[in-house]
Structure formats: structure tokens, C-alpha cells
Ligand binder design. Structure first.
Ligand code: AMP
Ligand code: MG
Length: 489
């Protein structure tokens, strides 16, 4: 079978989505093209050499085999239920199925208004498009499940936010865009019509081991529980703050989505929160594990009618799955921390050692990423051969702590060489820092892409040192420090 488009979600019918018309832009121009992802997808053409492809990915003409739709969903935003969200500025071209049978949603974000736009213009400024492209591709290179970016194309049309900004369209690729909010929409609308059909669909698409004998809703809940625990464990150890963990931004396939107000912390701040609209810190770094548990509970509640006709039984069964989450998260998080610290496992007694490390990082405002990399270079005896000393100075408190840590490492049962090597592939050198994102956005607005290309390339190998890393790996100067992020829709 050759790769091509399919439309299994569109076939579910019109309560699930609406047919979307193309809404052309004036002057499409390619900003970024992800040739690696294109190759992995067996994408047949590229907008560098094929004007029709450029035009299609800007939403100006139909790609062969596409059947554009916009999908319906709801969601809790900052804890408040919003019954009508939906793809307000995203057009799903269809599902791209590779020759191996892997299926991906191909979505144009910013391609014009849809029936779910609620008065919005359905467009996106170039800033958020560049931000999403760079961050999602960096996340992927860091090994975190995420939606991907295939192309960023400037539209030639201005969009008005607080000021006029150049517009752009992003081609987003995801295992699917089905969200907790999608399930909420069907559970809460028209007496649950379509809910069972949706759940069967999601289970078949994302949990193919499902045998048909178990309860599909419980399989979904349990699978999503495992995905969320895994995803948040990744985010926490990287110091990634998503910023807007509403239920419509929680994908059932467990990929990171919505790179609006997110940010990686530079210096360690145990209460880190960047989003300008998150005044209470609901989605602050320390709250992410708990918030995804809450999102899971929302999903569970929607699924109750499908779990059992007896509400008490349904409740008990759903609760049992939701209650698995804290343990699952803890287990995965501890395993990631152990790898980062060069330990074979985290023992109960390691709690104070880790806390002391965090306390030093917080008190000295040390760079979170580089502090872990400093441990890595120390363990591997490579500090003097790396650019790290030019980027990071370990204070006395940290070097003293490192002696306790080295003593603790002597208790490791595992092979030290292997643990040291694992540290190198768990502690990145380069992360998509806010001040770099900011610079990329400013350049993109001026249509200057050379530096952006260089950074996108550098972000592909985040765990190894490279030339020019004094630029790519360094923390921001005081003036460059970004303290607040904006949704920038
Ligand atoms: P987000 O903050 O990107 O998660 O978006 C929340 C909701 O608002 C989603 O339903 C979006 O589709 C919708 N939305 C965001 N920006 C726009 C826009 N410019 N035009 C129309 N709908 C939008
Ligand atoms: Mg969103």
C-alpha cells in the first residue's frame, strides 16, 4: 500500500465535524519545512520545489485526496466548562496513512474561520506559528510525545491582535487531535448521542490491542491514564511548563499539544508559571501532575454511562482506574529522575538528597538544565573538555552537595559506565529557551529565517555539544529573561 489520505473520522458523520471550505491567503511563502518529518511520513512532495504543494499547505488549493473538516469539541478552561469550542482556526485535511499503516492527522492551523470560530478570525499571527514549530520539534528531539510541525508558511495577509501582525499557517501533524474535550462534547450534548461511537473509534485508533471483549470505555480510560502519567513525567524533569492544561488541550493519544503560553524554566523555580492569563498559577510547574489527574477524572466522569448501567458499579470501576494515576506518575517520574542523577533507582532515602539539590538550585537561582548537565559532565569526567564551564559556574553549595551525591552513587548496583552514558542522553545541553523563541519570533516577523533555520537544526540533537553552543545553550542574560508568556492566538 502506498501512503495516502484517509478520512475515518469524517466518516463518523456530521455530528462529529463540519465540512470546511478553503479560504485562500494572498501570498503564501515558505518559512520552515520539516524535510525529516516529510521523509518519515513518505510525504510525496515539498513546497520548496513544488508551488502547488506550497499553495495547498497555505490552504489555497486542495491537496490530492484531502477532504477538509473542522471538528467539534468542548472543554474545561481554567476549571470552567465551555460547551462549544471546536476547531476555531484549524482545518483537518484528513488522516495521512503511511505504507506501514501509521495514521496521522494533518491539520492546517490558521487557515481561516470555521463553524466553531465563535467570532474569531480563524487565523494565526506568524509568532505563534514559529513558536509552535520550533517548540514542538525541539520537544520531539528531546524524546517527549508531541504533535509535530511539517511546515510554517507566511500568508501575506496581516492579522489584527493588539497590533497588526503578519499572518501564517502551520501544518500540524498528530497521532490524532482527539481530546478529553472531544469526549466531553459528546457526553454532555444531545443526551450522550455519539459518545459510544466516539469511544469505540478512539479505542480502535489508539489502543489497537483492545480485544473487543473488555469494556471499551475502561480501556480508553486506562490507556489515557498511562499516557498522561508518562507525558507529565517527561515535562517535569525537563522543567517544561505547559501553561494552559485545559481539558481541550489534553490529547487522548498522550502527545503534548498547544504551544501557546508554554515555557521551559531557565533558573530553577519550584513555583514556575509563565502564562499571563494564569494568574492563580493553576497550571504552574508543580501543579501539572495534579492537573492531569483532574483532567483524567473529567474524562472518567464522561465515560460512566458506558462503563456500567449501574451508576455505583460504574463509579467504582472508573475510580479504580483514576486512582492508578498517582502511582503510575510517581513510578515514571522517579525512574526519569534516577536516570538524570546517574542512580540505578530512586530509593525512599534519596528524597532528602534530591530536595537538597532542588533547594540549592532555587536558593542560588541556578539554571535547571545546565545544573543537571554539570552533574553529567562531572560523572563522565568530561567537564574540562566541554563548553559548560563557560556557561555554568557551580557554587560551593553545589560542589559540596555533589560529594554526597558521589557517595550515594557508590551504592548503585548497576554498571557505572552505563549509568554515566544514560545521564548524557537524559540531560540535554540545548532546550528551546524563551529568549531564543522570542528572538525567532522577532526575526520571523521581519521575514528573516536564516537564524531560525540554524536553531531548528541545532535543536535536533539536544543531548550533544556542538560548535556555537555558547549561543544555543546559554541561559538568558538579565535583560533577555522572559518572565511572562502570552497565548498569542
Ligand atoms: P486555544 O487557546 O488555542 O486552545 O484555543 C481555544 C479555543 O479558541 C479553540 O476552540 C480554538 O479553536 C479557538 N480559537 C483560538 N484562536 C482563534 C482564532 N483566532 N479564531 C477562531 N477561533 C480561535
Ligand atoms: Mg488549544
Amino acid at each position: 500500500m502506498t501512503a495516502g489520505f484517509d478520512h475515518s473520522y469524517a466518516r463518523l458523520g456530521r455530528t462529529f465535524s463540519s465540512v470546511q471550505q478553503l479560504d485562500p491567503v494572498s501570498a503564501p511563502k515558505l518559512l520552515l519545512w520539516n524535510s525529516r518529518l516529510a521523509a518519515a511520513l513518505e510525504w510525496p512532495s515539498d513546497p520548496l520545489s513544488d508551488p502547488a504543494q506550497l499553495s495547498a499547505l497555505a490552504g489555497n488549493e486542495m491537496l490530492q485526496g484531502t477532504q477538509p473538516i473542522a471538528t467539534a469539541y468542548a472543554g474545561h478552561q481554567f476549571g470552567q466548562y465551555n460547551p462549544q469550542l471546536g476547531d476555531g482556526r484549524a482545518t483537518l485535511l484528513g488522516e495521512w496513512v503511511t505504507s506501514a499503516g501509521d495514521r496521522f492527522d494533518i491539520q492546517l492551523k490558521g487557515a481561516g474561520p470555521t463553524p466553531y470560530s465563535r467570532g474569531g478570525d480563524g487565523r494565526s499571527p506568524v509568532g505563534p506559528v514559529i513558536r509552535e514549530y520550533l517548540l514542538s520539534e525541539a520537544m520531539n528531539a528531546l524524546g517527549v510525545p508531541t504533535t509535530r510541525a511539517l511546515a510554517a508558511i507566511s500568508s501575506g495577509d496581516p492579522v489584527y491582535r493588539n497590533r497588526l501582525e503578519p499572518g501564517a499557517v502551520l501544518t500540524r501533524v498528530a497521532s490524532s487531535h482527539l481530546r478529553v474535550g472531544t469526549v466531553q462534547y459528546f457526553a454532555m450534548t444531545r443526551d450522550g448521542e455519539g459518545l459510544a461511537e466516539l469511544v469505540d473509534y478512539v479505542v480502535q485508533r489508539h489502543f489497537p490491542n483492545y480485544s473487543g471483549e473488555q469494556n471499551a470505555a475502561l480501556v480508553l480510560l486506562d490507556g489515557v491514564c498511562a499516557h498522561f502519567a508518562n507525558l507529565v513525567a517527561h515535562w517535569q524533569v525537563l522543567g517544561f511548563v505547559h501553561g494552559v492544561l485545559n481539558t481541550d488541550n489534553a490529547l487522548l493519544c498522550g502527545e503534548t499539544i498547544d504551544y501557546g503560553p508554554c515555557a521551559f524554566m531557565d533558573h530553577f523555580d519550584p513555583t514556575a508559571s509563565f502564562s499571563s492569563i494564569d494568574r492563580q498559577g493553576r497550571y504552574a510547574w508543580p501543579n501539572q501532575p495534579g492537573i492531569m489527574h483532574w483532567n483524567l477524572a473529567v474524562l472518567a466522569e464522561c465515560l460512566l454511562p458506558l462503563i456500567d448501567t449501574d451508576p455505583t458499579v460504574a463509579q467504582q470501576q472508573a475510580q479504580a482506574v483514576v486512582d492508578r494515576y498517582p502511582q503510575r506518575f510517581h513510578h515514571l517520574h522517579q525512574a526519569r529522575l534516577a536516570t538524570k542523577l546517574g542512580l540505578d533507582s530512586m530509593k525512599e532515602t534519596d528524597g532528602p538528597l534530591l530536595q537538597a539539590f532542588h533547594d540549592i538550585l532555587a536558593a542560588e537561582r541556578l539554571d535547571f538544565t545546565l545544573a543537571f548537565r554539570w552533574l553529567t559532565e562531572c560523572a563522565n569526567d568530561t567537564l574540562a573538555h566541554s563548553p559548560l564551564p563557560e556557561l555554568f559556574a557551580a557554587p560551593v553549595a553545589l560542589t559540596e552537595w555533589a560529594q554526597q551525591w558521589a557517595a550515594r552513587r557508590k551504592d548503585n548496583a548497576g554498571d557505572t559506565e552505563m549509568l554515566n552514558t544514560n545521564m548524557q542522553s537524559a540531560n540535554p545541553v540545548v532546550i528551546p529557551r524563551n529568549h531564543l523563541v522570542q528572538r525567532a519570533i522577532e526575526l520571523a516577523e521581519k521575514d528573516e529565517t536564516d537564524w531560525i533555520h540554524a536553531w531548528a537544526a541545532r535543536a535536533q540533537t539536544p543531548f550533544t555539544w556542538d560548535s556555537d553552543d555558547l549561543e544555543w545553550a546559554r541561559p538568558p542574560s538579565e535583560e533577555e529573561r522572559v518572565t511572562q508568556t502570552f497565548c498569542g492566538t
